[in-house]
Design a protein. Structure first.
Lengths: 766, 288, 158
């Protein structure tokens, strides 16, 4: 039903850009309100303890401090609920909106200070006398698993949840295999680190009984409902407004304690309150991610065909289950085998609580970790069996003829959480990647020392589960001036949402792009909405816009036909005009009086889309310094259909660089007392412009998604997934003569140097 | 991360600045602020008063003369980078400064600030110590000079008294044709060195090394010379065997910390690598 | 304390506490919110402005230290309602996604290319190594700055 596609598929420059380029973005920190107070938060300085006293008297006597709010002022408020996977038993481990009698991680909020300026509020925080009786901390998942020190005594355990992913009969497969190998692997704790820290600006209108909160992101509708319940309001009394958002990556926009505390404070004092997170508190407050270790084993035939995979994964969840804290543990159990045909699987994933900042989702949660574990195991098996890395992948990728391919069944969850790879030819992207990368020439360098550095290459394959349901809503209004306003429940986090949605609406309605404006995320726009997560915005939001635009087109045709005296089907719509066969026409503006407006919800029965692809890398390792230089990196992915090749390419490059940060640089380091050592950006290292200059990405659109009318697949998270395993395998291949086993991330210079200076013990194999 | 409150003065003369420091024991000096401002932001430092040197004249000059080099305390990294004389007149200084932090930092950070702050991984203290520089301080009792090798006493710790201001760094003459090297390794460009080495030596007609100076930053609590490595080098001709021995000796001589970025064993290994590569590069300087 | 300086060509005078850093003065007192705060400890570059021709981190400078200075912020990178060649290049190359690091990238690149219109890719990467971006992976930013050089080579020097 799309006529001439002049926007969809074109590298349209973004509508959002001019305001950002001029410095006229409206991030929450750019907004003020008359009479506004500034909030600063007192956070626990210890990892585990009982709160004996919070003495705010000196703080209240500090110049410019207007109020101090603690648990006593807040009273009984529900704990922060789980947005996703609220399984039985999880209610025992939810986070309170503020610490009352107990603190469980460094950074947990204990009090809110309101002052005339952020500096004065911070002065107030420094003046609060906090008396905490320290308890022994649970500093890691090993100690957690012993259940000797408990974070929640009533629960009797620190194991928040165990997921099991099962397919076929793994034990039988291992009994019958020619070859089995078992090894341990670990991914470190790190974090999304968007460049804009969090912020909220809350206004309570006592006369109207309405609460407005600016600075919402990602899932404003769920957060609105949650906040309303906590404040004793109906959802209709609460508006969450989305402004410009400086990156999300899964971490921003979930419901955090501050999402209650700041609105509560505004109502408590009857003045608007703004809170802007600083980077130091960000590193102990924003969701952590990824920390997981496993013992995993692979069973193969001697020709390299994978028969089975078993694994026990332990996820260090932090002190509470966050709103989406169980997604990564679940995904690791279900998606461990990625795009590979593994007929027999059993992976258990245990989420354990520790006295650290709680964790949540971060771009490809659980998938990145699972891919690292799986790709390392496959590479080790390939080496032991004498099979070329690329050939090993080729033999084991799910074939085009096997679609749809069901991934392991999850318990708890059962059939409701079943998912299947939808469409595609995984070998096609592998072959394209190998060809473009120059695999045949480059593998000749494997393990060789050239000019003092050891060279290694590797290839890895991935699937990205995107387009998570249940649905998304869109409303299109034909305005009096003939333009169309598109309201969509999806949230913008910097991904170019406004432009992509406008392209879809403009093409469907035959309008120039400039005649379409997109408004998104804020709860007043729509009765319901779902938001931006799991790479769903183009799939679900875009499809909702597409269907609403088609419905609006039908209404335009009907209205025009009635006015022009012809059948609706005979009306031709192009360039903002509706034309009858006899040539008479009406501009959209002339039809606006007919109040043409359509609201649509698009759902896909929770069928996920699966973008897929392969990545290859060439590294040079300097054993004198432990430096790993990425000489070339290429990702090839099939995304089903490309709406905007410019923004899609941006997602791929950005995702790869984030993945490289995880493989080589980033690490939230805790000491044995639960203190975060890497608490600033001089110690927590993200990639800079000089680190990874050689990255290429190619996007294909050969296999559309069968589950939405646009045929698009979610594509924001794919490119990051294979990077951990890819780099580790490239380093392993470079240092093969040293028996190096890069089984732990990040591959810091010190870690790599040690690999070159000692023989590593190898895993057991038969 | 707003600083705790403080008063602020920008005196017009050095004497006024000293008087302010003398009468306010909790006062800090600020110049470029590139090291101090983060400390204030984290409230790791809470001075009652900042004494800003920006209005003082006569502290911003780079003098190149027969008796060596004089860098005023307010000379910025950018000034050193832009000073074409130094490219050939003191190539070690010029090379080391190019590695300081980032482009924006180099537009404000100063010689005096770096010396007074004394980060063990900082480049200029390494240059000062390796080149046997002298640091001039001005205080209530007037001027005094301290040898760079004595000035740095530990991480972020120097012989400067709270009522003194660093006013200049003097570096000795640098003969043309001297062989030198600067090598640093950090995790990313602009990061503090996990380890860095600075070295130079002269050669006589027979090709024997003399006057070897080898300094280390980043793998130590304070910048210092590696005197055993120097002793090993002096009097011998440079060859691969000497280079390797010097690297091993240097690695044994340093006493690196363990921290969240790297363990001591790695830093020793890194020092050995940097010494080896630095000596090799120095030996090849000037050859076709 | 009273402080006077010039912002994007216009004289301003403000009355601020000594501890107010220049970035906060621009944002909160002068309502020029284009300069962003990403870390407040000099590590991320989002707050970069140009002071007397040199790119500096506005979070590492006190407002009181700006007395008499001539400051250019991102709002001053283009001088009228149209985007400058550097900004046009950023848009063309998709050198921004969330837009939060963008002002600092623009001011740093503008300062660099004004002084060094022939800067090569390595020099550009090095000069931008103190500006963190989490979205783009930097490659399109470097491409945009490389393309923008032509405009700076042709520009009249003051």
């Amino acid at each position: 039903m799309i006529g001439t596609n002049r926007y969809i598929g074109s590298p349209v420059e973004r509508i959002e850009d001019p305001r950002f380029l001029r410095g006229r973005g409206q991030f929450v920190g750019d907004l003020k309100r008359e009479g506004m107070l500034h909030a600063a938060i007192l956070r626990s300085p210890v990892a585990h303890g009982l709160v004996a006293a919070v003495d705010a008297s000196a703080a209240l006597a500090t110049a410019g401090v207007r109020a101090v709010i603690t648990a006593k002022d807040i009273g009984a408020v529900p704990r922060i609920p789980l947005r996703l996977l609220p399984l039985a038993g999880t209610e025992r481990f939810l986070q309170p909106v503020i610490a009352a009698d107990r603190v469980r991680y460094v950074g947990e909020p204990v009090a809110v200070v309101l002052g005339d300026s952020p500096a004065l509020a911070e002065d107030g925080v420094g003046a609060i006398a906090l008396d905490i009786e320290e308890l022994p901390p649970v500093p890691d998942r090993h100690i957690s698993g012993r259940d000797e020190i408990l974070l929640f005594e009533e629960a009797g355990t620190n194991a928040a949840m165990v997921f099991t992913g099962v397919k076929g009969d793994a034990d039988a497969a291992f009994r019958d295999a020619d070859y089995v190998r078992r090894d341990r692997f670990a991914v470190q704790r790190y974090t999304a680190l968007p460049m804009e820290p969090r912020g909220l600006l809350a206004e309570w209108d006592a006369a109207q009984g309405r609460m407005a909160v600016l600075g919402a992101a990602k899932v404003p509708f769920f957060n609105r409902d949650t906040l309303a319940a906590m404040l004793g309001l109906s959802p209709a009394q609460v508006d969450l407004i989305e402004n410009d958002v400086g990156g999300g990556f899964g971490a921003r926009g979930e419901f955090y304690p501050e999402d209650f505390l700041i609105p509560f404070a505004a109502r408590h004092v009857g003045r608007p309150v703004r809170w802007l997170e600083d980077r130091r508190e960000h590193l102990t407050s924003m969701n952590h991610a990824r920390q997981a270790d496993c013992e995993a084993e692979i069973a193969c035939r001697s020709d390299g065909t994978i028969l089975g995979l078993r694994g026990e994964v332990f996820v260090d969840l932090g002190a509470y289950i966050r709103t989406n804290g169980l997604i990564a543990p679940r995904n690791v159990a279900q998606c461990f085998t990625g795009p590979y045909r593994v007929p027999n699987v059993r992976v258990t994933s245990t989420a354990l609580l520790t006295n650290k900042t709680p964790s949540g989702t971060y771009r490809a949660p659980g998938r990145y970790e699972g891919s690292f574990f799986c790709e390392r195991l496959i590479e080790l098996a390939a080496r032991d069996l004498g099979i070329d890395s690329a050939e090993m992948r080729r033999r084991n990728l799910i074939g085009a003829g096997e679609m749809p391919y069901r991934l392991p069944r999850l318990e708890p969850g059962g059939p409701a959480l079943d998912t299947e790879c939808d469409s595609g030819d995984y070998r096609e992207t592998l072959e394209r990647c190998l060809a473009e990368f120059g695999w045949e020439e480059k593998r000749a360098l494997q393990g060789r020392e050239i000019d003092g550095r050891y060279h290694g290459v590797a290839v890895a394959c991935f699937i990205e589960g995107g387009g998570a349901g249940p649905k998304e809503t869109a409303r299109l209004d034909l305005e009096a001036d003939g333009t169309v306003s598109v309201y969509v429940g999806s949230a913008a986090v910097g991904q170019g949402l406004e432009t992509v949605m406008a392209q879809i609406a403009a093409d469907t309605l035959g309008l120039p792009l400039g005649q379409v404006r997109v408004l998104h995320g804020s709860t007043p726009f729509l009765d319901e909405g779902y938001g931006a997560f799991a790479s769903r915005s183009t799939v679900l939001g875009g499809s909702a816009v597409f269907e609403a635009a088609n419905a609006l087109l039908a209404r335009i045709r009907a209205a025009a036909g009635a006015r022009l005296g012809c059948a609706a089907e005979q009306v031709e719509v192009a360039d903002g005009c509706a034309r009858a066969p006899d040539g008479r026409a009406l501009a959209f503006a002339e039809l606006a009086a007919d109040s043409l407006r359509v609201t649509t919800a698009f759902g896909n029965d929770n069928r996920m889309t699966y973008t897929y692809g392969s990545a290859a890398a060439h590294v040079a390792v300097d054993l004198g310094t432990g430096d790993v230089e990425l000489l070339d990196c290429l990702v090839v992915e099939d995304v089903g259909r490309i709406v905007n090749p410019l923004t899609l390419h941006g997602q791929a490059i950005g995702g790869v660089v984030q993945g490289l940060g995880g493989a080589l640089l980033e690490h939230l380091v805790y000491d044995a007392n639960g203190q975060l050592l890497s608490g600033n950006l001089a110690d927590y290292l993200i990639p800079t412009a000089t680190d990874f200059p050689k990255i290429r990405a190619i996007a294909l659109e050969n296999y559309r998604s069968p589950s939405n009318p646009l045929g698009v697949k979610g594509a924001g998270e794919g490119a990051i997934i294979p990077i951990g395993g890819l780099i580790a395998n490239a380093v392993a291949n470079a240092l093969a003569s040293f028996g190096a086993m890069p089984n732990q991330l990040p591959l810091s210079p010190a870690r790599v140097w040690h690999m070159g200076s000692a023989k590593q013990s190898t895993g057991s194999s038969k | 991360m707003k600083p705790a409150p403080f008063d602020y003065q920008a005196p017009g003369t050095l004497r006024e600045a000293i008087d302010l420091l003398a009468s306010n024991p909790e006062a800090f000096v600020i110049a470029g602020g590139q090291s101090l401002m983060p400390l204030l932001a984290f409230r790791l430092a809470t001075p009652s008063l900042l004494v800003d040197l920006r209005r003082l004249s006569g502290l911003g000059n780079i003098a190149v003369g027969d008796d060596g080099f004089r860098l005023g305390a307010l000379v910025r990294w950018r000034d050193i980078e832009d000073d074409q004389r130094l490219v050939t007149a003191h190539p070690l200084l010029h090379a080391a400064v190019a590695h300081v932090a980032h482009y924006q930092i180099r537009n404000r950070g100063t010689v005096g600030g770096s010396l007074a702050h004394a980060d063990p991984a900082a480049e200029l203290p390494g240059v000062a110590v390796t080149c046997e520089g002298e640091i001039t301080l001005f205080g209530p009792a007037g001027s005094r000079t301290v040898r760079a090798g004595d000035f740095f006493t530990g991480p972020l710790s120097t012989l400067r008294q709270p009522d003194e201001i660093v006013t200049a760094l003097h570096l000795p003459k640098w003969p043309s044709g001297r062989r030198w090297a600067f090598r640093k390794y950090g995790r990313r460009e602009g990061d503090f060195a996990l380890a860095g080495i600075l070295l130079f030596y002269d050669e006589d007609q027979r090709g024997a090394l003399s006057n070897a100076h080898v300094g280390v930053i980043g793998a130590c609590p304070r910048p210092h010379r590696l005197t055993r490595a120097e002793a090993l080098l002096n009097g011998r001709g440079i060859d691969e065997s000497l280079i390797r021995q010097a690297a091993v000796t240097a690695a044994e001589e340093v006493d690196p910390p363990d921290d969240l970025h790297a363990d001591a064993a790695y830093r020793r290994g890194l020092v050995a690598t940097l010494i080896e590569r630095g000596l090799r590069a120095a030996a090849q300087q000037g050859s076709a | 304390m009273r402080v006077s300086f010039r912002i994007n060509g216009d004289p301003v005078a403000v009355d601020v506490e000594p501890r107010l850093h220049l970035a906060d003065c621009l944002r909160e007192v002068l309502s020029l919110t284009g300069t962003h705060l990403g870390c407040e400890h000099g590590a991320c570059g989002a707050c970069t402005v140009i002071v007397d021709g040199a790119a500096v981190r506005a979070c590492l400078m006190l407002t009181v230290q700006a007395e008499g200075a001539s400051i250019v912020t991102v709002e001053g990178v283009s001088t009228d309602e149209s985007l400058s060649p550097l900004q046009i290049a950023f848009r063309k190359h998709h050198a921004l996604q969330c837009g939060f690091c963008t002002p600092g990238m623009l001011t740093t690149a503008h300062a660099l290319l004004t002084d060094e219109p022939d800067a090569d890719a390595d020099r550009i990467r090095s000069a931008l190594s103190g500006n963190l971006c989490r979205c783009t992976g930097y490659i399109p930013i470097i491409e945009a700055v490389l393309e923008a050089r032509a405009a700076y080579r042709n520009a009249d020097k003051p």
